[in-house]
Structures are given as structure tokens and as C-alpha cells.
Design a protein around this ligand. Structure first.
Ligand code: FAD
Ligand code: NAD
Length: 465
């Protein structure tokens, strides 16, 4: 039996980054992945294919609607299969890139489903049923998550799809109904609206994107509604009947009132994801997931000695970069180093148009915690670069401690803010005051000036108009 310093179960952003870091630190390491390709949810059916479609569909919409205003006359036509093919090609290149990195860093990819078979033991069953036993000084669980279900709405992968199905619909729906106004619903809803679908989003709460700063979410919702997305907020779906050409969906107001029905040719169910530990053998080492199925950890250590857990299967935001940071820190702790993740500085981006980017505390969180804070805000309408690009929707909002001026949270909605938020992540990691950003020279004319102007706004000396 092969013995490894570390055996990692799962080859997503958590698992593959852990494996590569272990290889870099000279540990012997195997990564067990049952999917045919490495990269997990993120590379195969998550971040990467969704962003490929968001990018292509945004250009298509710009060509149809915005180019003429810039003096460019074009008549674009959609070639959906070519759009899907370029998405698949990007996914394939990136998953192969992980295979290359595994070889470079001496990581053994053991293909098959991993099961913990007791302390220090993992058994891998391949597609033909052959079992390979592995011995491990440390086991890292990085098995990720799967879409959450909704009673009464069965994902048949034909008419009612989850995010994986919505990344590969055979044609543009006439009417796509999205259940859940979260990140997946608004990103993939945007893709199909841009390609020509009518999109209706049914959401249980009376707001979209719970967890996002409320003012930011409101501005975002207005922007999406202006683009034609229909919202049915405060509504709960009670049933879905699949017919030959579509789905009849029934929903009713959460606050009470008459039920409504709506016809869709496709329904996308995306009401969150849940941790995935099926067949993992946690009981063999006495690890008991919590009520919602998450594995509880203390600095990535589970309750079983030598068994660690990272990424979506543990508590915290279900984000690829959170899984990656945990992967590196976990392996560094295993190697006797000082691994660390700063959970106060984990950014979050919604890659729609306009984009939403946030890091740190929301106003609601600061109020609830009784923290006195100051607000600096700057609209993109007053930013020259956004203006000349005809992309002046949204704002940057900086929340700073009223006493120390330390930046506590930044919330933006606007063009490319997902690329801009990194500046504030670095600032916050270095415990910057808003004045540090306000007094840092930024290039003109760029959208990044809006970040500086918002920081200047904390002390009331915003200048650009
Ligand atoms: P996963 O990526 O889920 O990887 C777990 C892997 O473990 C899987 O490949 C699975 O096959 C494997 N596995 C499970 N059990 C076993 C077993 N017993 N044996 C062997 N292998 C096993 N996050 C972002 O940060 N940015 C985005 O833009 C973004 N977009 C997304 C879009 C969509 C449509 C979706 C669904 C998710 C998106 N996410 C995004 C979330 C992101 O994909 C996850 O947070 C991330 O993949 C979590 O990484 P992970 O390694 O914990 O788990
Ligand atoms: P989500 O948690 O972002 O949103 C789910 C939405 O569904 C919420 O608004 C919730 O109130 C609503 N909801 C819950 N139950 C409902 C019901 N019965 N009826 C109607 N609405 C209901 O979940 P998601 O959009 O499925 O995404 C899952 C995870 O994937 C997220 O945690 C996110 O972190 C990750 N993700 C991230 C990105 C990104 O970073 N850009 C993109 C996609 C997915």
C-alpha cells in the first residue's frame, strides 16, 4: 500500500491548491478525484464556464445595443453552438492546466471516489469498481458542495435544470424562470436574457442577493430591472408541473395571498448549495457533520486527529478563492508552518453588468454590531472614464471606523468593479485607513479614481464631479 504524507479527497480549488502547495513544500501527496477532469465545480461547471458565457453574452449585447452609439454599425447574429464551444474549450484548457501542475509538483492524481476507511486510511474505487487502498499521515477533505433541492420542484435536467444544466441549454429559452435571486440566478439569468430570453426571477425574500449591503443590492436590482429582468420578490414556489414544451410553475406570496401560475420553457433552480459528503466514510473516523451537513473545523482540523477539511464542505462563503486560501493555510499548518486565512477580507463579486463587488462589513452588519462608522460614496456618473465609456451606472461606497478611520467594508456596483475590488483587499489586509487610499495617487482617467474619490468622501473632500 502506498503511504503519503497527505491524501486529499476532491480536486476542486480547495483540493488542487492543497495538493500543489503540498508538492511545493516537499510532502508526498495524492489527490483523489472522481470526476473525469480536475478543477472541481469551479473549473468544470461553475466559475469558469459561467464567466465564459457572461463575457461572450455581454459582448453580444453590446454589439447589438451599444456599438451604434459609439459610431460602429454592426448586425450581429448569435451562433449559440460556437459560443458554447469556446466556453468548453476554455474549461478543457484550464482543467488540463491543473493536470500539468500536478505533474510539475509531483502530485499523484488517483482517479475514483475516495472513502475514508478509518484513521490514516483512504480507499479509492475507480469507474470499473477496482479498489485502491492508500495510507495517509494526513487526510484533507475537500469534497465541495452540490445544488440544494426544493420539494415540489424536481430537477429533471430537461426542462427544470440546476446551474450545470443552465450552462448548456440547447437553445435560447423564450421564457426562463429562475428560482432564487442569488448569485447563480442573476449571473445565469443575465446570460440568457442577453441572448434573447425573457427572464423572471422568483425570490423568497423581499430583496435580492441576501448578504450583500442593502443599498448596493437595491441599486443592482434597479439596474437589472431596467435591462428587462422581471422580479417576483417575497414569493414562494409551491409546485412545478412539467409538460411537453415547458413547465407550469405555481408560487404564492410569502406574506399570504392568492397563488399565481407562470409558464416557462425552462426553469433554473438555484436556491443555494449544500456541502457534499456522500459516501465519504466520515463515521469511520467519528466525524459528525453539523445539522446542515457542514464539517466543523478549528483551523481546518476536524474532530478526528489527522483529518482536515477545507472549502465549500466547511462553513463560510462558498467561494473558490476562500477554498484556495484555506487550502494553502491548511497544508502550511500540516507542514509545521504558520498557515492563516483572514476571513475579514474575503471579497465577493457578481459578474453581471453592472458588476457587484464587496469586501468586509456591510452597513447592516456594522449597525447590528454597534460600530460607529463613516461613509464615503462616489457615483460612477462623476467618473470621467466611466462617462466616456458610457458605463456610468453605480457607485463605490467605503465604510470606515469613525474613530480610527480603518476601512471596514467596501461595496461597489458598477462597470468592472470585480477587477477593482482587489485594491481595497490589499488596503484592508494592510489595515489601511480610508485616508491612506484617499492620499494614494491613482491614474487618470480610470475607473479606479472612483475608489480613491469614495475614500476622500469619508472626510468630505471628494473633488471630481
Ligand atoms: P468543489 O469545487 O466542489 O470540488 C470538490 C471536488 O471533489 C469535485 O470535483 C468532486 O467531484 C470531488 N469529490 C467529491 N466527493 C469525492 C469523493 N468522495 N471522492 C473523490 N472526489 C470527490 N466561486 C467563485 O469564487 N467565483 C465564481 O465566479 C463562482 N462561480 C460559480 C458559478 C457556479 C455556476 C457555481 C455552481 C459555483 C460558482 N462558484 C464561484 C463557487 C465555486 O465553484 C466553489 O466555491 C468552489 O468550487 C469550491 O471549491 P471546493 O474545492 O471546496 O469544492
Ligand atoms: P445564493 O445563496 O447566492 O442565493 C440563493 C437565493 O435563493 C437567495 O436569494 C435565497 O433567498 C433564495 N431562496 C432560497 N430558498 C428559496 C425558495 N424556496 N424560493 C425562492 N428563493 C429561495 O445561492 P446560489 O445562487 O444557488 O449560489 C450558490 C453558491 O455558489 C453561493 O453561495 C455563491 O457563493 C456561489 N457562487 C458564487 C459566484 C460568484 O462568486 N460570482 C457565482 C455563482 C455561485
Amino acid at each position: 500500500m502506498t503511504e503519503y504524507d497527505v491524501v486529499i479527497i476532491g480536486g476542486g480549488p480547495g483540493g488542487y491548491n492543497a495538493a500543489i502547495r503540498a508538492g511545493q513544500l516537499g510532502l508526498t501527496v495524492a489527490c483523489v478525484e472522481k470526476r473525469a477532469t480536475l478543477g472541481g465545480t469551479c473549473l468544470n461547471v461553475g466559475c469558469i464556464p459561467s464567466k465564459a458565457l457572461l463575457h461572450a453574452s455581454e459582448l453580444y449585447e453590446m454589439a447589438r445595443k451599444d456599438f451604434a452609439g459609439l459610431g460602429i454599425e454592426v448586425s450581429p447574429t448569435l451562433n449559440l453552438s460556437a459560443m458554447m464551444a469556446q466556453k468548453d474549450a476554455s474549461v478543457s484548457q484550464l482543467t488540463k492546466g491543473i493536470e500539468f501542475l500536478f505533474k510539475k509538483n509531483k502530485v499523484d492524481w488517483i482517479k475514483g471516489a475516495g472513502r475514508i476507511a478509518g484513521p490514516g486510511k483512504v480507499e479509492v474505487t475507480d469507474v470499473d469498481g477496482a479498489v485502491t487502498p492508500l495510507a495517509a499521515k494526513n487526510i484533507v477533505i475537500a469534497t465541495g458542495s452540490e445544488p440544494a433541492g426544493l420539494p415540489g420542484v424536481t430537477v429533471d435536467r430537461e426542462r427544470i435544470v440546476d446551474s450545470t444544466g443552465a450552462l448548456a441549454l440547447p437553445g435560447v429559452p423564450k421564457h426562463l424562470v429562475v428560482i432564487g435571486a442569488g448569485v447563480i440566478g442573476l449571473e445565469l439569468g443575465s446570460v440568457w436574457r442577453r441572448l434573447g430570453a425573457e427572464v423572471t426571477v422568483v425570490e423568497f425574500l423581499d430583496r435580492i442577493t441576501p448578504g450583500v449591503d442593502a443599498e448596493t443590492a437595491k441599486t443592482f436590482q434597479r439596474a437589472l430591472a431596467k435591462q428587462g429582468v422581471n422580479f417576483k420578490l417575497g414569493c414562494k414556489v409551491t409546485g412545478a408541473v412539467v409538460g411537453k414544451n415547458g413547465v407550469e410553475l405555481t408560487f404564492e406570496p410569502v406574506a399570504g395571498g392568492p397563488a399565481e401560475t407562470i409558464d416557462a420553457d425552462y426553469v433554473l433552480l438555484c436556491i443555494g448549495r449544500r456541502p457534499y459528503t456522500d459516501g465519504l466514510g466520515l463515521e469511520s473516523v467519528g466525524v459528525q457533520p453539523d445539522r446542515r451537513g457542514f464539517i466543523q473545523t478549528d483551523h481546518f482540523r476536524t474532530s478526528a486527529p489527522g483529518v482536515w477539511a477545507i472549502g465549500d464542505v466547511t462553513l463560510g462563503p462558498m467561494l473558490a478563492h476562500k477554498a484556495e486560501d484555506e487550502a494553502v493555510a491548511c497544508i502550511e499548518l500540516i507542514a509545521g508552518r504558520a498557515g492563516h486565512v483572514n476571513y475579514d477580507v474575503i471579497p465577493s463579486v457578481i459578474y453581471t453588468y453592472p458588476e457587484v463587488a464587496t469586501v468586509g462589513k456591510t452597513e447592516e452588519e456594522l449597525k447590528a454590531a454597534g460600530v460607529a462608522y463613516k461613509v464615503g460614496k462616489f457615483p460612477f456618473t462623476a467618473n470621467s472614464r466611466a462617462k466616456v465609456n458610457h458605463e456610468a451606472e453605480g457607485f463605490v461606497k467605503v465604510l470606515a471606523d469613525a474613530t480610527t478611520d480603518r476601512v471596514l467594508g467596501v461595496h461597489m456596483v458598477g462597470p468592472d468593479v470585480g477587477e477593482l475590488i482587489g485594491e481595497y483587499c490589499v488596503a484592508m489586509e494592510f489595515a489601511a485607513a480610508s485616508e491612506d487610499v484617499a492620499r494614494t495617487c491613482h491614474p487618470h482617467p480610470t475607473r479606479s479614481e472612483a475608489l480613491r474619490q469614495a475614500a476622500m468622501g469619508v472626510e468630505g473632500w471628494t473633488m471630481q464631479a
